[in-house]
Design a protein around this ligand. Sequence first.
Ligand code: ASP
Ligand code: MG
Length: 422
Amino acid sequence: MQVFKFGGVSVKDANSIKNVADILNNKANEPTLVVISAMGKMTNKLEELVNAYFYKSSDSLLIFQEIKEYHFNIINHLFINKNKSIFNEIENVFLEILWAIEEEPSNSYNFYYDQIVSQGEILSTKIISAYLNEIILLNIWIDARDIIQTDNSYREANVDYLLSKDLTFAQIIPLFNQYKIIITQGFIGGTSENYTTTLGREGSDYTAALLAYFLDAKQIVIWKDVPGVLNADPKYFNNTKKIDEMSYHDAIELTYYGTSVIHPKTIKPLQNKNIPLFVRSFLKPNDTGTVIKNLNKRNVATSYIFKTDQLLISIQPKDFSFIAEENLSLIFSMFSKNNIRVNMMQNSAISFSVCIDNDKYKFNNLILELQNQFKVYYNDNVQLMTIRNYDQETITKLSENKIILIEQRSRNNYQMVIKDEE
Ligand code: ASP
Ligand code: MG
């Protein structure tokens, strides 16, 4: 069996969904488990809805209506017969969301976030599964919350591998006797108390990798809007080159430094079972893309990873003590408690600098905690540039018209935190 993963861009409208159906028609030649994300930018919209509901920052009903119209517009395009049960089913999902946002919040923000934002994946998979059945691509819809079991760390839930493996095996394998295609959601899981959790933004790749791991899949394919893994993000660089094959090791490093093609947690389960991961274009499904697999050679081509909207925080002990083990362990525990990932760090005698993504919901809380114990300074709107297999000429070229705030180099990797010149 194989696992396919389709992200939000690949299912953003009715035509894109028809394209996914074509790909399944041509490429699902063996039992295929299909993991799908929320449609288009719906996860962001649902985040807006949660904020409006929880913080009463804007009109939640308006956002709700917008999300509902978006999905109904798609089903109206996909189904000519308006009496199909999918119309009712989707209506019911929205009714549930509406009930949820009509009640006063009595639990944590993260709890509501997961209950509401997860509906994006429920909606997309229900619609796509019904559409595929409509065009006789017979398939069955599975609720990922019944197989991916997690703890209750809402928004960043930890998967119980053993339990999830047993559940996945017991539920999925028998279904493949009847169906060649099984449709499920990425990104979401369930707790032992039957609440919904999410695995962190962009977590659908991770779900797909876990399911491939549990089921000993022959391969996993992530269908994207790029031809494969490129040596740089075409949003910021011209003349990007596709990397045809890459070792798990190189892939882990790229995701560690923040490449946006694959979620950082994806590689480990696949590497553990030696399952090849293909990154291919859903726009050109016959092209080969990139394969990530067990390879002994290191990729020596230069790659660039550019992260915008970064915060550079500088942390100093209030009493002029050194930044040493005790302070560092306190600082790291605060980062870990707030679920904040450090993209780069550097320390000097009395100051510790870290570069992180600018996520204001996580960041405000962290700063408050840090300020209890330390002097904290920060620069926002900075960028982090990582160059793998660098040379001095490339660094000079990329730092033109930039102020370098900090830089760091190892044998193969160079990183700089930069800001535009004023
Ligand atoms: N829909 C979720 C997100 O946008 C998960 C994913 O797409 O991987 O973060
Ligand atoms: Mg997405």
